[in-house]
Design a protein around this ligand. Structure first.
Ligand code: ATP
Length: 354
């Protein structure tokens, strides 16, 4: 097993597109590390460079102690799983699993042992004698995962491996991957544009935007204190409310008059924006003490919670409330902040300042 170090990685494609700009990542041995970001942010390019499928323009990649810049994929001792299953259609599951081992010239008895172990881990026993066309999408993807497992690589690289599965199977396979990684303790780099997947899987998450790393942190760190306005707007569903704020009399206030808990040491010599999660706000009956007035614009009942959009202070504010609350559309209401100190950003640099 091995950690992965990416240093000053830069990738410019022949047509001039800069896909990755000076990316530094330090992925621990045994870590499940997620790269998250919108389409086109450079996740796949970074992962393919780690795998050796794409040559970086500059920068270094170490897997364990080995500088792998000049090593072909087969010599990097990694296994990759893609969004598309890429199984050999004419081979039964057991032969699909054995294929990479046979290619290495491994003795038959050892191949059998490894195939059986991987089949047990991915619960493929009943499927070993079927060809891919007799497997469901989810089963095919489990075979693809098992085929990565049999090689016992130093690291797994996964590029959106669950994209083609339906919601239920996605959640189920996600749990399996997480469990498997914990059991094996093998370093895994997992690329996704799905924040729920990232939050539920990652020990740490790197958020990428336009070829650069905006933040690296645990799921809670990136949720509680997004490092930039981009991260603040990207993480969370619905995302944070971003309010322009002013500091006056030791208070942090939005232009709509909503009082927020001010972070200590906040400088007031620049325009500021505070990020307030929908669950850090409360909708109350109109006129409640300590609230600002608003009007319910929409009510989205999600079963275990309700998302209210409230027009207040000349803008729409999203609020997450328990399902027991009953405010109707168009109702006059009050709005107040109930959460802790919000993260505050410099609106010109877009970076976290407090
Ligand atoms: P997605 O989630 O859509 O797969 P991504 O974050 O993985 O996106 P990349 O596939 O790494 O992003 O692409 C990063 C940028 O590089 C994009 O602007 C993309 O259009 C560009 N790009 C990718 N491959 C090539 C290529 N072979 N030639 C030119 N530009 C490319």
């Amino acid at each position: 097993m091995a950690g992965i170090e990416v240093t000053s990685l830069h990738k410019r494609y022949p047509d001039g597109t800069v896909a990755v700009e000076h990316v530094d990542l330090s992925i621990g041995d045994g870590e499940l590390f997620v790269m998250l970001g919108p389409s086109g942010c450079g996740k796949t390019t970074t992962l393919r460079a780690m795998a050796g499928l794409e040559r970086q323009t500059s920068g270094d990649i170490h897997i364990g102690d080995t500088l792998v810049n000049d090593l072909p994929p087969a010599e990097r001792d990694i296994a990759m799983v893609f969004q598309f299953y890429a199984l050999y259609p004419h081979l039964k599951t057991r032969d699909n699993l054995a294929f990479p081992l046979r290619a290495e010239g491994m003795p038959k008895a050892e191949i059998r042992e490894r195939v059986e172990e991987a089949a047990r881990m991915m619960r493929l026993g009943p499927l070993l004698d079927r060809k891919p066309h007799r497997l469901s999408g989810g089963e095919q993807q489990r075979v693809a995962l098992a085929r990565a497992l049999v090689r016992r690589p130093r690291a797994f690289l996964m590029d959106e491996p669950l994209t083609n599965l339906d919601a239920e199977l996605r959640a189920e396979t996600r749990t399996e991957i997480k469990h498997l990684q914990a059991q094996l303790g093998t370093t895994m780099v997992y690329v996704t544009h799905d924040q729920v997947e990232a939050m539920s899987l990652g020990h740490r998450i790197a958020i990428l935007n336009k070829g650069r790393v905006e933040q690296v942190g645990t799921p809670l760190e990136v949720y509680d204190r997004p490092a930039s306005l981009f991260c603040a707007a990207f993480i969370g569903s619905p995302p944070m409310n971003l309010f322009e704020v002013e500091v006056a009399d030791g208070q942090l206030r939005t232009h709509g008059g909503l009082a927020l808990a001010p972070p200590p040491g906040l400088r007031r010599d620049r325009p500021l924006v505070a990020g307030v999660r929908p669950e850090a706000l409360e909708v109350t009956p109109a006129g409640t003490d300590g609230t600002v007035p608003g009007r319910v614009v929409s009510v989205e009942v999600l079963g275990d919670e309700i998302i209210y959009v409230v027009a207040s202070g000349g803008r729409d504010v999203r609020v997450r409330m328990p399902p027991t609350t009953r405010f109707a559309a168009e109702a006059p209401v009050g709005l107040r902040h109930t959460g802790g100190t919000p993260p505050v950003y410099d609106s010109s640099t877009e970076e976290l300042v407090a």
